[in-house]
Write a protein that binds this ligand. Structure first.
Ligand code: ADP
Length: 290
């Protein structure tokens, strides 16, 4: 199973060049598309979901253009958008039954079994008789996943799923997503580095419509290991540091500013630090100076 994104470009009517010659080949597993707000993540997601057309380029699923035959691909696609807009006073159970019938699962027993499996998977069995509009944000996202999975999709797109979820809900949502990766190509778009660290076996960094880096998170982090240094600095020193070094990030730790820099040479006063994915991300997408 392979999804090939080939030379995709998009300029919106307002002149924003949202995607610039994007190329990605994806196989089953969890792929993280990481980038700041405005990078173009949703533009890529909507294009793969066949909700918008690129100006140029093509997307092939197992060698067939999904842009030329969108209806065929949509049957294999599950798309969970940022805002999952089901605010119904129907129960999760009756909504899932309704969607399952729409998807053509005619056999009542089969339908009941599939819905029970999915409610169990997303941990909503005990809440399945409650109206969906009484659900929390996390429960609604999990309900969204159950709905997406009814059709047993081969490609699953999840756009910024953890925004607005509390840590416990986020963990629960991660566990469900992780469960899917053996059977499908799951594409997760996020601006949260920890989402990718915890979940993805493959990733890319997108900024200003361009893919800046691509690979397995561990390998990408390994590539900068040994070049990350840290030191506590004053505000004045920080300005000077920025002029001399590549400052990746600054953190307030116990009331002090801790600066992380990237350099291949040992620098007086700095201690070597173990690189993580956040350092790698900031080496491509600089943190805004505060
Ligand atoms: P992300 O999902 O990474 O935040 P988007 O794909 O939503 O990024 O947006 C990329 C850029 O394209 C942004 O500058 C955004 O303002 C612009 N953009 C997105 N959708 C549209 C649209 N429908 N019309 C015009 N500009 C858009």
């Amino acid at each position: 199973m392979e999804l090939e994104i080939k030379n995709i470009s998009k300029i919106y009517n307002n002149g924003v060049h949202a995607l610039k010659d994007v190329n990605l080949t994806l196989t089953p597993g969890m792929f993280g598309l990481l980038g700041p707000n405005g990078a173009g993540k949703s533009s890529i997601m909507r294009t793969i979901a066949t909700l918008q057309q690129p100006d140029s380029g093509d997307i092939l699923f197992n060698g067939q253009s999904i842009l030329k035959k969108p209806n065929l691909f949509r049957q294999k696609l599950g798309y969970l958008p940022q805002e999952f807009g089901v605010y119904s006073n129907e129960s999760a159970l009756s909504l899932l039954d309704y969607f399952a019938r729409l998807k053509g699962i005619k056999n009542t027993k089969q339908r009941k079994q599939r819905i029970e499996e999915l409610l169990h998977l997303v941990n909503l069995t005990e809440h399945c008789h409650k109206a969906v509009d009484t659900y929390s944000g996390g429960m609604r996202q999990r309900f969204g996943i159950a709905q997406v999975l009814l059709a047993e999709p081969q490609v699953i797109i999840v756009d910024e799923p953890t925004a607005g979820l509390d840590p416990a809900e986020r963990n629960r949502f991660y566990a469900i997503l992780h469960h899917l990766t053996s059977q499908a190509i799951v594409i997760l778009s996020t601006h949260i580095v920890a989402d990718v660290t915890d979940l993805c076996n493959d990733m890319a960094i997108l900024n200003k419509g361009e893919i800046l880096a691509r690979g397995a998170p561990d390998e990408l982090v390994h590539s900068i290991q040994g070049s990350i240094w840290q030191k506590s600095v004053t505000k004045d020193e920080l300005a000077q540091l920025r002029a001399q070094h590549k400052v990746l990030s600054t953190r307030i730790v116990k009331g002090e500013i801790k600066a992380t820099i990237q350099t291949t040479q040992a620098t007086t006063g700095f201690l070597p630090a173990i690189a993580d994915l956040e350092d790698f991300y900031f080496s491509y997408v600089p943190e805004l100076a505060v």
